[in-house]
Design a protein around this ligand. Structure first.
Ligand SMILES: *Cc1c(COP(=O)(O)O)cnc(C)c1O
Length: 495
């Protein structure tokens, strides 16, 4: 199976080329030419498999230039017991008779980004070898918090790779910042940018398109690639856990073969929910994908009206990983919903770049309506949901997950839809201690990493080991740059 650019479907490449390149030369996203389907018994076959085996089974059909034994070795490394604190890797927890929570934060950095970023370095390293690339790859990352740490942890000390992460100085939580600033490894760099996530992301995009920088680095033996969710190697491992979750529900008799579920996803860059869509196309019966946003509700408006308009105020919220005005992976969704009409997609993306706005055609609107529901909530409602889940169910959730539960409640109240629903839990509550404690009514917050103990004491829930270990770690990176000086950091790191 070949991969094509969403902006030019005549531009083709193999899976390993797509992963090695990250982005098509025309700025489009590399996307499978056809989506493979599971065989009619595929889901049943997978119910008795381990998570690692399910990953191989699903990924194999997308990655023709990789062998099953290669994938199996990656999956065992990526999702092994030294990385994940539960054998199930991505456990599904029953919240009530028709609500299930897919916990995606049992990995080394306690956020769902680990699911993909533990796998991507294996795929990328192998892709470079398969394509006879001699240069060292430098992964540039713009992060709203969780991606950066997960990418650093995934790539640390991986041969022939460097990684440089930029995060918005005032857009991440204290724990997230500490996680990145204490990162270990000989091939890593971390730097704060003055501004918000979009400033950091725009800055990174500018680095990618800087021809003279590219030439300088090529002379030094480096080239850029991306670990942002525009890379296909980020999206594919995420398809796995949706299929896995459905298999778990089948195995436990919570759904019957062929029975549809809804999937409710706290959404930012649209990568996670897009993966759910692909799982549906492969054969998981999905009724609605429910897209949950915080106060930055550009996606809610888009899914309800067909108009994408980024010309609006940007808010820093309690769910910073969703503080985004441009959701890059929406481009892949548009490519699917226009039936791979690259010209139409290009038109939308040009309008977005020039005016910050586009309106999709009627056929695309119809498909959006058929597949998606959407909702949003503010910080007060987010905290109210954390309190409610804790008081009523003794279930401690983070701010992003709370947005999803709130939007699900709204959706059910508005539609009466009783379809069993999988809510995606994207981060450990311990990554956002201050706002979680605030939600539980605690007014005096402990400083620094002591806040982890405070949340553990208040709730009796232990902090995840990787976060508890932060207390004893030295800060290695404390640089801050203006957004137009990011290039200096790159040249300094890749001397
Ligand atoms: C990245 C992230 C999200 C948003 O995921 P997208 O794939 O960008 O939509 C939601 N919650 C958390 C905790 C995240 O880290």
């Amino acid at each position: 199976m070949q991969y094509v650019s969403t902006r030019n479907k005549r531009w083709r490449c193999s899976a390993s080329e797509a992963i090695a390149q990250g982005l098509a030369p025309d700025g489009g996203l590399l996307t499978p030419e056809v989506l493979p389907k599971l065989s009619p018994n595929g889901l049943t076959t997978m119910t008795d498999m381990s998570y690692q085996q399910r990953a191989v089974f699903v990924m194999n059909s997308f990655l023709e230039d990789f062998t099953a034994s290669e994938l199996s070795s990656y999956a065992n490394h990526a999702y092994g017991p030294d990385k994940f604190d539960t054998k199930e890797v991505a456990p599904v927890r029953a919240v009530d008779d028709s609500t299930y929570c897919l916990e995606l934060w049992h990995g080394p950095t306690c956020a769902f980004k680990d699911m993909a970023l533990q796998m991507l370095p294996h795929l990328l390293s192998a892709s470079l070898v398969k394509n006879e690339e001699k240069k060292t790859v430098c992964i540039l990352v713009a992060t709203s918090g969780d991606t950066g740490k997960a990418a650093l942890e995934g790539f640390r000390d991986v041969d022939k790779t460097r990684i440089l992460v930029f995060y918005p100085k005032d857009g991440v939580s204290d724990i997230q910042q500490l996680q990145m600033r204490t990162q270990e490894g000989g091939n890593v760099g971390v730097c704060a940018v003055v501004g918000n996530f979009d400033d950091a992301q725009t800055g990174v995009k500018r680095l990618f398109s800087d021809e003279s920088l590219r030439e300088t680095l090529a002379e030094r033996g480096y080239f850029f690639s991306s670990a942002n969710s525009i890379n296909w190697g980020r999206i594919l491992p995420q398809v796995v856990y949706y299929i896995s979750a459905y298999c778990d529900l089948l195995r436990e008799g919570k759904v019957q073969k062929g029975e549809a579920v809804n999937i409710c996803v706290p959404t930012g860059n649209f990568g996670n929910i897009l993966s759910a869509y692909y799982a549906g196309q492969m054969g998981v019966p999905i009724h609605k994908l429910i897209c949950a946003s915080n106060r930055n509700n550009v996606l809610t408006d888009f899914l309800l009206t067909g108009v994408y308009d980024r010309n609006r105020t940007f808010y820093n919220t309690m769910s910073p990983s969703m503080d985004i005005l441009i959701s890059s992976n929406l481009e892949r969704m548009l490519f699917e919903f226009t039936e791979h009409d690259d010209e139409e997609v290009r038109g939308y993306m040009e309008a977005l770049a020039q005016t910050g706005r586009y309106e999709v055609s009627e056929p695309v609107k119809k498909k959006l309506e058929r597949h998606f529901a959407a909702g949003c909530c503010d910080d007060a409602a987010t905290q109210a949901m954390i309190a409610k889940m804790w008081t009523e169910r003794r279930y401690l959730i983070d701010t992003h997950t709370a947005v999803a539960f709130h939007v699900l409640e709204q959706y059910r109240a508005g539609t009466g839809d009783a379809t069993p629903t999988i809510v995606v839990s994207t981060a450990s509550p311990f990554k956002f201690c201050d706002n979680v404690l605030g939600a539980l009514g605690v007014r005096e917050l402990a400083d620094g990493t002591a806040i982890l103990n405070q949340l553990a004491e208040v709730t009796g829930v232990p902090a995840p080991a990787p976060l508890a270990a932060l207390a004893g770690k030295a800060v290695r990176f404390d640089q801050v740059v203006e957004k137009d000086r990011m290039v200096d950091q790159v040249l300094e790191m890749l001397k």
